[in-house]
Design a binder for this molecule. Sequence first.
Ligand SMILES: Cc1cc2nc3c(=O)[nH]c(=O)nc-3n(C[C@H](O)[C@H](O)[C@H](O)COP(=O)(O)OP(=O)(O)OC[C@H]3O[C@@H](n4cnc5c(N)ncnc54)[C@H](O)[C@@H]3O)c2cc1C
Length: 504
Amino acid sequence: MTTAPTNAPAKETEESQDAGYVDVLIVGAGVSGIGAAHHLRDRFPERTFVILDAQDNRGGTWWTHQYPGVRSDSDLFTYGYRFKPWRGPSIAAGAEILAYLDEVIDEDDLGPHIRYRHRVTAARWSTGDRQWTVEVTREDTGQRLRYTAGFVLMCQGYYNHARPYRPQWEGMDRFQGVIVHPQQWPADLDLTGKRVVVIGSGATAATLIPAIAGQAEHVTMLQRSPSYYFAPPVNDPLAVELRALDIPEEWTHEILRRKFMAQMDLLARMSTESPGELHAFLIESMRPLLPAGFDIDKHFTPRYRPWQQRIAIVPDGNLFAALREGTASIVTDTIETFTEHGIKVSSGEEIPADVVVSATGFNLSLFGDVAFTVDGEPVDFTERVTWRGIMISGVPNMAYVFGYFRHSWTLRVDLVCDLLVRLLTSMRDRGATMVTPALRPEEADMPLLSFADPDNFNAGYVMRTQHLLYKRGDREPWTHLLEHEAEREILPKADLDDGTLAYE
Ligand SMILES: Cc1cc2nc3c(=O)[nH]c(=O)nc-3n(C[C@H](O)[C@H](O)[C@H](O)COP(=O)(O)OP(=O)(O)OC[C@H]3O[C@@H](n4cnc5c(N)ncnc54)[C@H](O)[C@@H]3O)c2cc1C
């Protein structure tokens, strides 16, 4: 694919400047947007495209999150793309993931197609013109631009990058220390000799604490309730062994992908079929890594089933090492109030703090907060139903990439793009310029279910915003959030002519 010529004559309107037409407009330059651009360019070299991102650089999540120690939770063989071998350690630092994305951008010559500091605010579909009009505000100049596009591909991720979730606690205003959120980590924050309290028990807390434990005077992880952890090696032994054999990187990548897919399939299956067994396995695998006599019941035994929320990774058991060495400790309790010099919890204990890190998660953002209209009618997503977690009923020529919770996000990028390539090919072959998911007559009474089933996945950021999200149905193809094990069979065979897609 190629970018629309940037030197096309600009047409001024009252509100915004005409930025030209592209066949596909991609929102977001994270792993989804960059992966999607690769696939589209590979399969449709003649089509024009552009990637717009509100931030000033590529990487999405990996650019936003710059806190000490930031790294993947997934193995990079499955978090890396199917088409580009991963050559580093199994668990990678944020900077290594950015370098990998840079290689993809270079190899595919995507750079000239990416526009940074371009925030998409609105997208208006016109059936008459068979195109989207996409309103953009430049974050640096405030200038307003207007793109037109035949197809919009939303790769905006799931949370608001500019506004992290910051719960308010009593007494925060009187606290004399510094309060930071990992999503907006101050580059000049020096923790040397500081007493740090990290509020939270998820992946961020588990990543940050071992990274700062040696530098700070002491780090306390303050959690309301425990999470599940798993401690794989940073360097997978099979990868080390295969690399020593000097075989092509592509082979190692594929073998390791299959190994990790099988491992994740097993964990996902166990979480529903034998949750007690998985619970016991996860708890018992931590026991030898913790200090003698450690209260595992209180601090590391969650009240939910494994995988109802993400299982956090502790590479090489580094968080447990910090607990053993005494540079970090855990308090499991609820916050009563901030004080001038720390945090008082319900037990009456006051935890002294110079710095409080609020590792409390995200504000979910639906489709990047873009206001969608179809033929002048605002799209109320709460009334819409997803088509395979890829398109939305009644919204023409728009697809989105939403990755897996339990497997690597990127596995779904490749699968969704394969389907999208088939869909665009199918449109071309039938001479259609518009495709819209629509319920068939027999589905008119299909029950519409909330975005996520809380029994299946109940992370806070999803539960807080369920009421704002689109719905799913109770049957194919109106389902989503399926496991990769199922989807890698279903999506490649999905019938694009089953009556749920209207081609015009
Ligand atoms: C610290 C951290 C670690 C993680 N680790 C893992 C992991 O190991 N494995 C895993 O599977 N998942 C992980 N995740 C989940 C992670 O978000 C996904 O893996 C993945 O990075 C999402 O990529 P994306 O490109 O879809 O979205 P994002 O990375 O969120 O990027 C979206 C981009 O779109 C841009 N954007 C959004 N709205 C607009 C708009 N209106 N206009 C213009 N631009 C817009 C944003 O600025 C952003 O740059 C992690 C998340 C975090 C926060």
